[in-house]
Structures are given as structure tokens and as C-alpha cells.
Design a binder for this molecule. Structure first.
Ligand code: SF4
Length: 409
């Protein structure tokens, strides 16, 4: 990306991207953004429409981007009062065997790969034992394989819950729910209910990628449709399970695909109010097939800042938490993004496999003490959270309590 806007794609794989000319982002051009209207809307929490989202995502001049970040930061300050949250968590990817062919994924392995694994309960205990203190959250997800049955995964989930009853189990993406629904012949609702009974406390909002069929067909054609993703998420919400909402961006999507995605997420939130946060996931192109279709000049960090700012303005009061990722952006850029509308710095994340497999350099572990000291260093208020940001119910007390750090518990 030059000057903050995605550049045209270079297509190397005709089977994947034979129609990609229609996906080439717009050329940099003078913004026709009406800033007065936008500032009026931001000040009064009035909805942005999709056209405005697309205009904002197409901004490329430094002064426009600066204005966007300032506006997003103002809304963030109004909603979150300078607080930056983070969580003590760990990813447990119970298997990396997967038969799907998502073009952005290097995490998956075939069953006969020397690197393929399926975790046992003993493996999980060993991993969790490496964490310092009690984990607040374990994210429990895995590849999709006929070698891993739903009954086995449920058993593992049950064992983990029994061993760590205080730890919130953030489990299964809608894709896994669909996979196990097909395996067992049971409807989504039954699968989600069984997972909940086994110990699942909330649902992962991953596998959304871009909720637009024009993009899904090109990057994850095996996966459920946008409609099915929304249906499964709403099923979880109906059964009392919060979830995150995500977008995978920085590949072949254009502003109209992003606006379509955001519109669907906001609509669900207005029905259920069960999204805890929005997580823009920057695509890591280095070792992936999809990465070969992305312009290597793309200024990915600027695009990430812009996505965070636009999400903040679009979700306004509907989704109060916009997460930034030190795993994807690196620590320093993640801190900078806290000035662009983000208020959550993700988690300690022991063993973040997926990003590293795709070529990301970060993603190992950051201690809680570093979150605290670094957030203070930039003049914000660190606050350790749980999965559902329960401290925010006490928000009215924050300004009275003053700017000091206090942990969730
Ligand atoms: S993203 Fe998930 S479903 Fe797709 S290939 Fe990777 S592990 Fe499999």
C-alpha cells in the first residue's frame, strides 16, 4: 500500500485469481469525504453508512488519514476513557490436521505430514502448565479432519473444563460447528448446545474471513457461506454464548466487500448484543498461496490502522471494543494503533501457532507486566480483562477512580 491505500494485485495463480481484475483496489485519488458530516455523526453517535465506509477505506492522503485517526480516537476516548484492556490467555489448537484448502492458511497439515498432531489431554495439561498463574481464557480451536471426531473433541473440552474450572473456554469457530454438524448429522443448535454443556463458555468469531461470497469463493471455497456463518453465530448468541467478530483483511478484498462485512456484523449485533469485540485480523502473506496475489508494496500497517479507525467509527456504540493485535502488527505498531481507535491489546497468548506458521514474526508470549508498563508508558490506563469485559459494567466509576491501573479481579 502506498500512502495508505491498497495497491493493485499481482496475480500469479490463474486458477485462483483468474477473475481478480474485478478485485483490484481503486487508484489513489483526492478524497471527496465530507468531513463536516462525518464529524457531526461521530460527535452524536449517528450511524455511518456503507458509502462512507468505502470512502474512508479509500483515503490515501496523509492529512485525511490523520483526520480519520483523530476522529476514531475521539470516539474511543468517549467510550473507553483511555482504558486499554488485555487478557491472560492461551491458544490451544487441538489439531493442525485439516482437509480444507483455504489459500491464506499455512497452519493446516495433511494427516500424513511429519508435523501433523492431535493433542491429548496430557499435552494440553503440559501446555497450560507452562503459563504463569491461572489463565483467564483458553481459546480452543482446531483443524477440520475426519481423524478428529466431535465426540473426541467434546471429551477433551470436558476434561479441560474439569481441570481448570476457573478458566473461560472460548471455543470453536462457526466452521467447526458446521463441520461437526455434518459429521454427526445434528443441527447447529444441537452441536452448540452439546459444546456448551461440555464446557464451552463463548464462541470464536473466526472463520468469518470476509463475509462476502465474491471473496469467500476465491480464498476459502470449502468454507461455509456468509449466511451460514451468521446463522451459527446467532445460534450461539441465542443459546447465551457471547462471541467475537472478526475480519481477515489485507488480501484481495476491496472497500465494498469490507463495508458489506461490517454491515452484516452490525446487523447481528443490533439483534443480539452478544459480540464482545471486533477483531480486524491482518492477513500475513509471507508463506501462503494467497500471499502471492498481494502486492508486496502494500503498506499493510497503514491499512491496518485505517481498518481499526473505520471499524471504530462504524460500530460506534454497538461494539465498544476494537481489538488490535501485537501478533500481527508487532508490539510498537500495536501500541500506535491505540491512537487510531483500538482499545484492546489482545492477550498474553502463549503458543500462537497460526500466525507464525503463515510467516508472522511475533506471536509467542508477552507477560502481563509488559502490558501494564507499556500501556502506562503511552499515557493510557491498563486494565486486565476477562473474555466478556465484565469490568465495563463498572465503567461509570473509572473517571472517579482516577487514572490508575487495577486488575480485573
Ligand atoms: S483456515 Fe482453518 S479450515 Fe482453513 S485450511 Fe486452515 S485450519 Fe483448515
Amino acid at each position: 500500500m502506498r500512502n495508505g491505500i491498497p495497491q493493485p494485485l499481482i496475480s500469479h495463480d490463474s486458477s485462483l485469481f483468474s477473475h481478480s481484475s474485478s478485485l483490484i483496489p481503486c487508484s489513489p485519488k483526492q478524497s471527496n469525504m465530507n468531513w463536516e458530516i462525518l464529524e457531526h455523526k461521530a460527535a452524536r453517535s449517528i450511524d455511518l453508512n456503507e458509502e462512507e465506509v468505502e470512502q474512508l477505506l479509500s483515503l490515501n492522503r496523509a492529512e485525511d488519514l490523520e483526520r480519520l485517526y483523530v476522529l476514531a480516537n475521539q470516539v474511543n476516548e468517549r467510550l473507553n476513557h483511555g482504558v486499554v484492556s488485555f487478557i491472560h490467555n492461551m491458544n490451544v489448537n487441538y489439531t493442525n490436521i485439516c482437509e480444507y484448502l483455504c489459500t491464506f492458511c499455512e497452519f493446516k497439515k495433511s494427516a500424513d505430514s511429519k508435523d501433523a498432531y492431535i493433542l491429548t489431554f496430557e499435552d494440553v495439561k503440559r501446555k497450560v502448565g507452562e503459563a504463569k498463574g491461572t489463565l483467564t481464557e483458553i481459546t480452543f480451536q482446531g483443524g477440520l479432519s475426519k481423524f478428529v471426531c466431535f465426540s473426541d473433541v467434546l471429551k477433551l473440552l470436558r476434561q479441560i473444563k474439569a481441570q481448570y474450572p476457573q478458566t473461560h473456554l472460548h471455543a470453536f469457530s462457526p466452521e467447526e460447528i458446521d463441520f461437526y454438524s455434518i459429521e454427526t448429522g445434528e443441527p447447529y443448535e444441537t452441536i452448540v448446545a452439546q459444546a456448551k454443556t461440555a464446557g464451552m463458555d463463548s464462541m470464536c468469531g473466526t472463520a468469518a474471513e470476509v463475509l462476502d461470497e465474491r471473496i469467500r469463493r476465491k480464498i476459502c471455497s470449502d468454507k461455509i457461506s456468509s449466511d451460514e456463518w451468521c446463522e451459527i453465530i446467532k445460534t450461539g448468541h441465542r443459546l447465551g454464548l457471547h462471541s467475537t467478530a472478526t475480519i481477515l483483511f489485507g488480501h484481495i478484498e476491496k472497500p465494498e466487500h469490507v463495508s458489506n462485512h461490517l454491515r452484516r456484523i452490525r446487523r447481528i449485533q443490533r439483534e443480539t448484543s452478544m459480540f464482545t469485540e471486533f477483531i480486524p485480523l491482518l492477513f500475513m502473506p509471507d508463506k501462503t498461496k494467497l500471499g502471492r496475489a498481494v502486492d508486496s508494496n502494500l503498506d499493510r500497517v497503514t491499512y491496518a490502522f485505517k481498518m481499526i479507525a473505520v471499524a471504530r467509527l462504524y460500530f460506534m456504540n454497538d461494539i465498544r471494543n476494537i481489538q488490535t493485535s501485537w501478533v500481527k502488527l508487532g508490539w510498537d505498531n500495536a501500541l500506535k494503533s491505540l491512537e487510531c481507535g483500538a482499545n484492546d491489546l489482545s492477550g498474553t497468548l502463549y503458543n500462537e501457532n497460526i500466525t507464525r506458521e503463515a510467516g508472522g514474526e511475533n506471536g509467542e508470549f508477552v507477560p502481563l507486566a509488559k502490558f501494564n508498563s507499556e500501556i502506562k508508558r503511552i499515557g493510557k490506563i491498563p486494565k486486565e480483562r476477562d473474555t466478556v469485559y465484565s469490568f465495563q459494567t463498572h465503567y461509570s466509576n473509572i473517571s472517579e477512580a482516577g487514572h490508575h491501573a487495577c486488575s480485573l479481579h
